[in-house]
Design a protein around this ligand. Structure first.
Ligand code: MN
Length: 134
């Protein structure tokens, strides 16, 4: 097998009715997406609510518009043995992000499903890219 390019990681800052940050990770040809109201934190103590939103097309990862700016972009890889789609289905996945603003390990942990809305927490892993006193 030849080297495959790493899957896309992008965060779009979205000035909608309320400002949020759309985290998108390429999985099986689409962008899995979460709306993160406060945006990501580099401090492992700051657990950030991440509301799962519908998949977007890969092309959307390039989109910028009047209310949308690409806040960060790069690639990611899964940490651990399970493939990304299985880890997501199980509600727990850790990834290593290689962006311009964000680097290092992040965990997405599903906390609950309310009506049809899946809520997750986005948590910085404790590694050399983490900030804070811990
Ligand atoms: Mn959005």
């Amino acid at each position: 097998m030849g080297a495959r390019p790493r899957p896309l990681y992008v965060i779009q800052k979205h000035q909608a009715t309320s400002l949020h940050y759309d985290l998108r990770l390429e999985v099986d040809g689409v962008l899995k997406s979460w709306a993160v109201p406060k945006g990501p934190s580099t401090d492992p103590r700051d657990k950030r609510l991440a509301i799962e939103v519908p998949d977007h097309s890969l092309a959307h990862g390039d989109y910028e518009g009047p209310n949308v700016e690409i806040w960060d972009r790069g690639t990611y890889r899964v940490l651990g043995d399970a493939p990304m789609n299985q880890a997501l289905a199980a509600g727990h996945v850790s990834v290593w992000i290689e962006g311009k603003r964000l680097r290092g390990g992040y965990t997405l942990q599903r906390t609950r499903v309310e009506r049809s809305q899946q809520q997750w927490l986005l948590i910085k892993r404790r590694d050399e890219e983490a900030t804070g006193d811990a």
